[in-house]
Write a protein that binds this ligand. Structure first.
Ligand SMILES: [Zn+2]
Length: 268
């Protein structure tokens, strides 16, 4: 599935998803500013995104991280645009790891990208300057975001969890670091958070703070129970978080246990 939505006269939301029973399983947002695209959508909508990119003449693509819902169209886009990624992300994009069946279904496959340039420290689009900032915690390839200071904009990718109460985590996530990254984002006093799954969030302070508060509460309680000698399984049962319908199918990539373990043992 593919949808275009103007945010304002500068930014266009470019949404891609896989359809299930007439609905998007989950939208992922790329953002177009003039001819610059931030992230490259999911593989299952690559033909539509590629057609749109040709129509508007996309000539640069800045990738935030290498998760499959952000880089699905990079290979096609590289035929007409320069793809930028962090140096450590380039080998992953050139030789993407196999995903399990569930993730291949939800997002689609990622074709390897042969031509990629190293991400600069900042870049300009028209009169706007975007500083590349690291947003650690969500992805071990060290996700980046793009900060336009004058406008108070941050293209934050997956730095802020989608649910207000994050109850599952990926095996590669450091949830304590995610909280600390959100605190740094709050300090930027943003006007707009351009989230990769929620879309643009205007005046995002409460939106971010709610997510920080929830995870800090779970951390405090988990650590207290752990100090009393409770096992991870017991702590997980204590919270009685409901697993989403798809969790089994992720084969361990997402779990409640990982959220709790990360909150107890990880450091920012
Ligand atoms: Zn991600």
């Amino acid at each position: 599935m593919f949808e275009i939505e103007a945010f304002d006269d500068k930014v266009t939301c470019v949404k891609t998803a896989t359809e299930m029973a007439g609905n998007a399983i989950m939208w992922v947002y790329s953002y177009l500013i003039d001819k610059t695209l931030i992230d490259a959508g999911c593989g299952n909508a690559k033909e539509e995104l590629w057609a749109y990119a040709r129509e508007v003449g996309v000539d640069r693509v800045y990738v935030t991280h290498t998760h499959e819902d952000h880089v699905g169209t990079c290979a096609l886009l590289s035929q007409q645009a320069t793809i930028f990624a962090r140096e450590n992300q380039i080998p992953i994009l050139k030789d993407p790891p196999e995903k399990n069946e569930f993730f291949a279904y939800v997002w689609g496959s990622i074709p390897p990208v042969s031509k990629i340039e190293v991400m600069p420290d900042d870049f300009s689009v028209g009169d706007m300057t975007f500083e590349v900032i690291t947003l650690p915690g969500h992805s071990p390839d060290l996700m980046v975001g793009f900060y336009e200071k004058d406008r108070g904009w941050l293209f934050s990718s997956d730095a802020v969890p989608l649910p207000s109460r994050k109850r599952i985590a990926m095996d590669c996530e450091n949830v304590v670091q995610i909280v600390s990254t959100m605190e740094k984002i709050l300090d930027l006093n943003l006007e707009v958070l351009f989230d990769a799954h929620r879309g643009p969030v205007v005046d995002p302070q409460d939106y971010i703070q709610t997510r920080i508060d929830f995870l800090k509460d779970v951390r405090r309680e988990s650590k207290a129970l752990h100090d009393k000698g409770r096992t991870i399984d017991e702590i997980v049962s204590h919270f009685s978080f409901e697993a989403p319908w798809y969790m089994e199918m992720t084969e361990g990539r997402f779990s409640i246990e990982h959220l709790i373990e990360s909150l107890i043992f990880d450091e920012p």
